[in-house]
Ligand binder design. Structure first.
Ligand code: AP5
Ligand code: MG
Length: 218
């Protein structure tokens, strides 16, 4: 099963990716998480991408394609994968298509989670992340049990550097200009499954699972 999660910043891709991955036994792969890990570890890649991420701009395609190629070469992707936040430009989508064709694979579904931009600004400026396990919280809608501490691993909760309001607004503009054209690309390919991401997390999840199963004829 080869899945893509598309949708603007804050649509709930990461939140849903963990659950969908567990449901189908496939690894969720987030390019954003991989970049943040590289920044945290101060690797050469991390140093190269930090400025783009901080500004809410896209990382250049060649850097993104390099890490995705390496990640998809890992053995755990033999059963399939769920891409969260990749592809984000038409050239990235074309390279992914070529890669899958070479491997004799096809995309199963492209899930597009849609949410009104003002809701996204509210979601992202209130988001908190566990710096150890990456679990996602929100100061209003998904509070941790003990202030500042992750419910799952007791790690410390932090705010992402690109979650300040001005940067969030730039990320939304970048999405509209550079990533939204992929909606038509995948609709034309007959792969698009659109989901209203303004519903509660569990309803979004149910919509995704039902939609995937329908595509699979299950
Ligand atoms: P990335 O990490 O992919 O960030 P993003 O797409 O901006 O998406 P987010 O992670 O902010 O949002 P999400 O949709 O995962 O929402 P979440 O589940 O956390 O990318 C970061 C940066 O890396 C990019 O800006 C770019 O610089 C670079 N990059 C990455 N990939 C790249 C690529 N392919 N090419 C070029 N550059 C790339 O939820 C958000 C909040 O809302 C949470 O607090 C959550 O609890 C809450 N929430 C979720 N669902 C709901 C719901 N249904 N109702 C209420 N609240 C909800
Ligand atoms: Mg995310």
């Amino acid at each position: 099963m080869q899945l893509i999660l598309l949708g603007p910043p804050g649509a709930g891709k990461g939140t849903q990716a963990t659950r969908i991955g567990e449901e189908f036994g496939i690894p969720p792969i987030s390019t954003g998480d991989m970049f943040r890990e590289a920044i945290k570890k101060k690797t050469p890649l991390g140093e190269e991408v930090a400025q783009y991420i901080q500004a809410g701009e896209l990382v250049p395609d060649e850097l993104v394609l390099g890490i995705v190629r390496d990640r998809l070469a890992q053995p755990d992707t033999a059963v399939g994968f769920l891409l969260d936040g990749f592809p984000r430009t038409l050239p990235q989508a074309v390279v992914l298509d070529q890669y899958l064709t070479e491997k004799g694979q096809k995309l199963t579904v492209v899930i597009d989670i849609e949410v009104d931009p003002e809701i996204l600004v509210m979601r992202l400026s209130g988001r908190r992340i566990c710096q150890e396990c990456g679990a996602v919280y929100h100061i209003l809608t998904k509070k941790e049990q003990q202030a500042g501490i992750c419910d799952h691993c007791q790690g410390r909760l932090i705010q992402r550097e690109d979650d300040y309001e001005a940067t969030v607004r730039n990320r939304l503009t970048v999405y509209t200009n550079q990533t939204a054209p992929l909606i038509k690309y995948y609709r034309d390919a007959g792969l698009l499954l659109q989901i209203d991401g303004a519903q509660p997390i569990s309803a979004v999840y149910q919509g995704i699972i039902t939609g995937i199963r329908q595509r699979l004829g299950q």
